[in-house]
Design a protein around this ligand. Sequence first.
Ligand code: ADP
Length: 630
Amino acid sequence: MYHLKKLLFPIRVFTPLFLLIFHTSYKAFSQERVKNVVVLFSFGPNLPAFEKILTGLDNTIKGSTDEPVNIMTEYLDLSRSTNDDYAKYIINMYNEKVNEFTIDLLISIGPGVNDALLQYGDSALKALNMINVDLDLPGRKSIHDLGNSNSKEIFLRFQPSQTLQHAFDLFPDRKNIFVISGVSKLDAYYTSLVRQCKTEFEPAYQFNFVSNQTLDSTIRFVRTIPPESIVFVTAYLQDAARVSFSTPEIMDLISKNSPAPVFLSITDGGFKGQGGGIGGYLFSYVKLGEEIGRVANEMMNGKPISEITVDEKSNYQYMYDWKELNRWHLTDSKAIPSGSLFYNKETSFFELYKWYLFGTLLFVVTQMMLIIYLYRTNKRQRALNKKMQVTERMHRELEHTDRLSKMSILTASLSHELFQPLAAIRFTAQAGKQFLLNDKLDANKATQLFEHILEDESRATKLIRSVKSLMKSEPMGKENVSLNALIDETLDLVRTEAERAGISIDVELETEITVVLGDKIQLQQVLMNFIRNAFTAMAESESRNKNLRIVLKVMQDEAVVSVTDSGPGLAAAVKEKLFKPFVTTKKEGFGIGLALCKSLIEKHNGKIMFENIPSGGAMFAFSLPVIRKK
Ligand code: ADP
């Protein structure tokens, strides 16, 4: 009764769940070409071997195709139940399902599944494409007993002598061997395989088999094993008291209590990779799973059964617990081949964080490069600023020098200009003295003479003021400048020189006063340059009709001051590069006058222009924005 209840519980819980999952997944994939694979395991789901087989199977089947594959796993639990009721229930369920859904492949794994299928399976189920994976035990029911020809058998072929040999290679001086096992059928089967091959190693090696013990006495015995031995565990699923265990947990206990190194002798079913013995050259259930998967794919892809081959010997793998290797000083052993699997390997701090370290290093280096780059740019910028300051100062000095050089030329005419009022004063004073000596000086005459003297003095003072302001080295800054007054004052400075050179001057100004914003001295310097160049050009010309014409015109918001002469016009050689410094046709010229004029006018947001007059002569002009006309 108790057993029945125990059996009904999973049935009640899992059946609706199974139907739901099966149905949903079927519906979900029914639009696509979903393939259904059913895997029937002989024992319960807690066997590490089954877990590993499923891992390999899953990787190979699902990893090799884009088509959805639905893998359903069932555990018949044959070793646990006293009868086959659960297996019968599961197989009956599939007897029904096989009529409702397409099952592309049935994979049966482990001893006894074929017996159950033979006993409970309907003909449709038994006729499915089938793979059977089993130990090659005598008396077992084969897949052919099911009358199925669409099937492939994969046997678990073990090579314990190679596993033992590898352990002997790792410890070449140890000849005393202990083989420990449990008492279940599987334990006994694995142990029998070791017994069969031990003759290959005798008499050099002495084998001691330890079985039929309770776990307690097994462990007590293990503690007494001489340290210079090698211990093998075949499998330990049940002890003499019929208590069930799993091999990995027993491996853990034995290896903790054994003074000698512990190996598994057949498969990796008992190997966790951590705390369960050294490992060694073992039959790998993951590899078996991969092989089953490969055969399954070929069958589902329609390859004829006769052409499908099975490699039962390729399932071996070298695998080790790195800490155990360390414990037995075997990490550098030549017996360990490359391509081995190492579990439980501690990665060094550097290995673990190498990408973080690399990232941090890259960040620091980039930052440093950025800092160096910024530092250099900053340094270059400062040097550039300094250069600009020097250039600015040189420009100002040049401006001043140019003004002074023009002033030196002016000096001659200026002295003449000053000489005139001074001479007039002297003349008036002498005339006054004569009048006084001849008693002809009355009050009226005296007043007239004094007024003459005052007039001449004011003319001289005006002249001196203009020259003084022209000679100042510092620019005055921007102010409202009347262009009309500027032209008048400048002409005052050159009028006498013009007269002496026989140059007539025409002036045409706007009747209204035209005001611009600017530096009066600089603007006067430009105008003076134009006039002096015109004078020089005309002095060199043969023409008798020497005329200077100055025009002030306002067009829209621009005031244009032009200076036209009747000289020979601009020489073709200088025309192209007129505003470049040091371009001159004169013996004593510097060739910086017009270059300066251009930069001064541009500083005032103005433009400079020139042209040759077709009738002869040149015209130079500058335009400036007008701020107001009064
Ligand atoms: P400089 O007067 O020291 O030569 P400028 O830059 O003032 O320097 O003038 C450059 C040249 O432009 C002069 O040497 C001259 O050849 C030419 N030039 C300037 N103004 C005139 C003009 N009105 N007529 C003919 N050539 C001129």
